[in-house]
Design a binder for this molecule. Structure first.
Ligand code: GAP
Length: 599
């Protein structure tokens, strides 16, 4: 089946990320670790620019927000109080055939015919019958005592030939083998030189007490699937239950429409959903027991709640005010997928904005709008962002309102950030569990109360992925000879682009051009990331920078040296990535021109 344009686009993005050093699979040389990623030289710059911009607009440019950086390893009591130990779980289902695990809510609806297999018997003789068979064949096969049960058919065929039973060789189907052995047992019991008891024992063991499994399995036969495939899967299921060659009774298929009870990959029945806690734990100190247990935090938020009183005291902020944090979070996701979208280790940018109860709903709206503006300001257009109002039944019980901000990824519309009004739940829980007051004292009204909180919680890695997906584009541009070719370009907003400016001397063997270019590098470097490149034709150098999203390139040419026109001395060509337009800029103006465009 040909791949959809969106999945082709995603494949190209993943491949570019690796090829140009944005993102690599973690522990790749050892086969990789599922759901874990390493950021390469360009990825780390992109990620840093994103986090720095978030910090700038959320903390530095506001009077009402302060920052913190909490520890990743967290006291278990924190997550008992927050409800994570009890309830931070996904419902998961396992494939009864392969053991593959899926999140129950991610299993797609499927239609087809259900084949229910209710047990199977083994058509290979059980151990006791096999021993008798080995004795019967002993004279015909010198190494008969070394053969295994899997060779039963071969042994029986030797006896069959030797005694001229003329039983036809069974084919590979279990039914054919079963019929063969039943006939074989009949023939043996009528042989004069064969002990009657032994022949009866063989038949008894084979026909009446075969190896069997009572386990049942349902398999979904999807449109276009061969019935033989279903029987093969049933066979594999019983083989896993130690039945060497299972004979099943042919089931009567029943129609199923939009069922979520089957593995989308092989149609095998899934187990009923059961909760699976997503928190990762470790042990601190020399002894690994309950008393030394600590959790790797599954969200950064709890550290903020737990430090609320300390930060309130030292910052002397008045409500409403926020505490912001950027940091790692860990979740033992059942199905990490879609590249970095759902990872087991990721970073969050979270703000807990504390307020009075009556301000909660209004601030929820305010922060939703602020966050949408944020995404637009880093280059994600409003048209690709969607606000989902999380319905009552899906919201955490303590939340009075939650929005998901979603983005149109090539693999579908998915959540980038949650903006939730969490009421006073978290602080109340920690106050109750710790016995320490987490109240706010209002000096004007002389009232003490637990503040409410609105939480915009964004994923760094998901946003990085959205930025890359949004930036990825292919257009047509002339090559060195003026012939049009496909140009791969990452159209990052200059503010988050990993490299802001490429600096090139026109020729690599001209010391004057090189010296001037290096002067420019020194001029710009304290203010932005710069990439110096002197190798290859100038067009190729532009293309290399286009591919990693560098918004500006500066070329030092002979005009810069004043060789053609004295008026152009100490000017350079400034080329803009998206339009490919070039302008002549005085070196003296270069820093100002660029810094105003990248901030
Ligand atoms: N404190 C609230 C909280 O953690 P969440 O919706 O579970 O809420 C917030 O997570 C954001 O963290 C998500 O919108 C997403 O951007 C990011 N995130 C959550 N799980 C993630 C995962 N497994 N991989 C990457 N990012 C994830």
């Amino acid at each position: 089946m040909s791949k959809s344009p969106d999945s082709q686009r995603m494949e190209k993005i993943v491949s570019l990320c690796k090829r140009r050093g944005f993102i690599f699979q973690s522990s790749e040389i050892y086969g990789g670790l599922n759901g874990l990623w390493d950021y390469g030289p360009l990825g780390v710059e992109l990620k840093r620019n994103l986090k720095n911009y978030w910090w700038r607009v959320t903390v530095h440019e506001r009077d009402d927000v302060v920052g913190m950086d909490g520890s990743i390893l967290t006291h278990p009591s924190v997550f008992k109080a927050s409800g994570h130990v009890e309830g931070f779980s996904d419902l998961m289902v396992d494939c009864r055939l392969t053991g593959q695990r899926f999140r129950a809510d991610q299993v797609p609806a499927q239609s087809g015919a259900i084949y229910s297999f209710n047990g199977a018997r083994d058509v290979i003789p059980p151990e006791s019958a096999f021993k008798i068979l080995v004795r019967w064949a002993a004279d015909l096969l010198p190494s008969a005592e070394k053969v295994s049960r899997k060779d039963s058919i071969r042994l029986a065929l030797l006896v069959n030939d030797h005694r001229n039973f003329n039983l036809p060789k069974p084919d590979k189907a279990a039914l054919s083998i079963y019929k063969f052995f039943v006939e074989f047992a009949n023939k043996m019991s009528s042989q004069d030189d064969v002990s009657k008891n032994e022949a009866d024992d063989f038949r008894q063991a084979y026909v009446s007490s075969p190896d069997a499994s009572e386990d049942s399995i349902r398999l979904l036969r999807r449109k276009g699937e061969n019935e033989g495939t279903i029987f093969k899967r049933a066979e594999a299921f019983y083989q896993l239950r130690k039945i060497l060659m299972p004979l099943t009774s042919p089931p009567t298929p029943k129609n199923a429409t939009n069922s979520r009870e089957f593995n989308p990959e092989n149609g095998a029945e899934l187990t009923p959903p059961r909760p699976f806690n997503l928190m990762l734990e470790t042990y601190l100190g020399a002894v690994a027991d309950e008393s030394s247990k600590a959790y790797l935090r599954p969200e950064t938020a709890q550290a903020i709640f737990v430090q609320f009183k300390n930060i309130l005291e030292v910052s002397r902020k008045k409500l409403p005010f926020g505490i912001a944090q950027i940091g790692k979070a860990f979740r033992n996701e059942i199905n990490p997928r879609n590249f970095t979208f759902r990872s087991r280790e990721f970073e969050q940018m979270e703000l807990e904005y504390f307020c009075r109860a009556e301000q909660g709903m209004e601030l929820l709206e305010y922060w939703k709008e602020e966050r949408l503006k944020f995404y637009e300001n880093i280059g994600i257009p409003r048209s690709k962002l969607h606000v989902l109002t999380v319905p009552d039944e899906e919201r955490a019980f303590y939340s009075k309102g939650t929005y998901d901000i979603e983005y149109d990824f090539p693999f579908g519309r998915q959540e980038l950030e949650g903006v939730a009004y969490r009421t006073d739940y978290d602080l109340s829980q920690h106050q109750k569990a710790s016995g320490k007051s987490l109240e706010y004292f209002d000096e004007e009204t002389k009232q003490r109360f637990i503040p409410h909180v609105v939480e915009p919680s964004a994923g760094v890695d998901r946003t990085v992925l959205a930025l890359i997906c949004e930036a990825y584009s292919e257009d047509q541009a002339p090559d060195e000879k003026g012939k049009m070719e496909t140009r791969l370009v990452l159209r990052f907003h200059p503010r988050i682009a990993p490299v802001k400016c490429g600096v090139f001397p026109l020729l690599k063997n001209n010391p004057q051009l090189i010296a001037k270019a290096k002067e420019i590098v020194e001029l710009l470097r304290p203010h932005m990331t710069v990439f110096y490149d002197e190798s290859g034709a100038i067009g190729r150098r532009y293309r290399r920078q286009d591919e990693v999203g560098t918004p500006f390139c500066v070329t030092v040419d002979f005009e810069t040296l004043g060789e053609k026109d004295a008026a152009l001395r100490d000017t350079v060509t400034l080329r803009e990535r998206d339009s490919m337009k070039q302008e002549r800029v005085a070196i003296n103006d270069l820093l100002g021109t660029l810094t105003s465009r990248i901030r």
